[in-house]
Design a protein around this ligand. Structure first.
Ligand SMILES: Cc1cc2nc3c(=O)[nH]c(=O)nc-3n(C[C@H](O)[C@H](O)[C@H](O)COP(=O)(O)OP(=O)(O)OC[C@H]3O[C@@H](n4cnc5c(N)ncnc54)[C@H](O)[C@@H]3O)c2cc1C
Length: 352
């Protein structure tokens, strides 16, 4: 008879636990190039890591560095968040007049930097939680550890989901109006969506493009009345309600969109050089599925202190469930999440 394989020896429950814990340490050593387990507990790279440098993340980071914690702020695109791409913020606290989104964002970034927040570009693709330690991994392989994590990744624009949308990425399918509007000077573009974001961005395009077709699937626009009035008064805007883009067409670049009327089913080809989709946003939580509790729209479920169901992970701003989706609310969320983080960090310090 063949002898049993010695490697397959069985372990009892305690031995298994000890083995798992040793494997965890080994994993940490390999991953971070150091033994993060020290004689008296963990040693981590940062006290707090914040995912997303928008108003929520910047406000959280500023609060924690003012309280003398070591903070790393990671953002996949740039520092300042969504408002960097918004021409005017209409209801900024402390100003009756609209404030430039870029100016407001830069002020917040400068404040965070001056307080000592360490900022790096990096797309977070994984967060793992161990007792007393979180690990945050970026798409390029970098990984950091911290005691707490605040997730403040905001929203992602929904795609149209029509033929041509993927094929013409970067070739006429537009993502950032403020960055790209100048490229469409004197040409026609289509903006899909007649809500707040769609109308704001269509009005900005009208400063550059010769014609801006606004295509809204519902029978009427849903943007606030003031914006609707501005849109209908702008001679460069062609507003079409009760219609939707069903295909983006072109050769090497976008040359047009097929628009279908909901009532008649009739299709019409509009000649445009660019298309922007503003048909809604959803929380940027794809990589958190299975790790944190999400609501049915993908927002992170939090309690009144903005703590998630995983100890040491907080969420703030547009990404959380039932967010107000406003700058002022995001700043307030960031502060509240930071105060929860601070409470936890203080209790961890007392334990050591
Ligand atoms: C067109 C438009 C007009 C608006 N106008 C107004 C207005 O007039 N008044 C107002 O109060 N609000 C307005 N808003 C809403 C406002 O922009 C948001 O409420 C606010 O920016 C939310 O802040 P936040 O920090 O939660 O998220 P964001 O500002 O969206 O910041 C999130 C950051 O996280 C980063 N990120 C996401 N996922 C990852 C990841 N996996 N790894 C690393 N980084 C990541 C993103 O790159 C982004 O920089 C407007 C929004 C739009 C789109």
């Amino acid at each position: 008879m063949q002898k049993p394989d010695p490697v397959k020896e069985t372990r009892n429950e305690d031995q298994c636990r000890a083995r798992r814990s040793e494997m965890g340490r080994e994993w940490q050593r390999q991953r971070f190039g150091q033994d993060v387990y020290r004689a008296r507990g963990f040693s981590v790279d940062y006290d707090a890591i914040i995912v997303g440098a928008g108003p929520a993340g910047l406000s959280a980071g500023t609060h924690l560095t003012q309280a003398k914690y070591r903070v790393l702020l990671l953002d996949k695109e740039s520092f300042g968040g969504q408002i960097m791409n918004v021409e005017w913020i209409e209801d900024s606290p402390g100003s009756a007049a609209p404030v430039s989104g870029a100016v407001l964002a830069s002020g917040m970034v400068n404040a965070a930097e001056q307080c000592g927040v360490h900022m790096e570009l990096g797309e977070v693709v994984e967060i793992e939680s161990y007792s007393g330690c979180k690990s945050v991994r970026c798409a390029d392989g970098r990984a950091y550890t911290s005691s707490v994590v605040i997730v403040a990744g905001g929203l992602r624009a929904r795609k149209l989901g029509v033929p041509g949308e993927d094929r013409f990425q970067g070739k006429g399918v537009i993502h950032c109006t403020l960055c790209d509007a100048g490229l469409y000077a004197g040409q026609a573009v289509a903006v899909c969506g007649g809500g707040n974001a769609g109308i704001i961005e269509a009005l900005y395009f009208a400063n550059h493009a010769s014609r801006v077709h606004v295509i809204e699937a519902q029978p009427g626009l849903s943007a606030p009345t003031l914006l609707q009035e501005r849109a209908y008064a702008n001679p460069r805007l062609d507003i079409r309600c009760g219609a939707k883009v069903v295909e983006i067409v072109g050769d090497e670049f976008v040359t047009g969109v097929q628009v279908q009327n909901a009532a008649t089913g009739r299709k019409e080809l509009l000649n445009v050089a660019g298309v922007l989709a503003r048909v809604g946003f959803h929380p940027a939580t794809d990589y958190l599925e299975g790790m944190l509790s999400l609501d049915d729209r993908g927002g992170i479920v939090v309690n009144h202190r903005f703590e998630t169901d995983v100890s040491g992970i907080m969420a703030a701003g547009d990404i959380r469930s039932e967010s107000l989706r406003k700058v002022a609310a995001a700043v307030s969320d960031g502060k509240t999440a930071a105060m929860s983080a601070q409470r936890l960090l203080q209790s961890l310090k007392q334990e050591v």
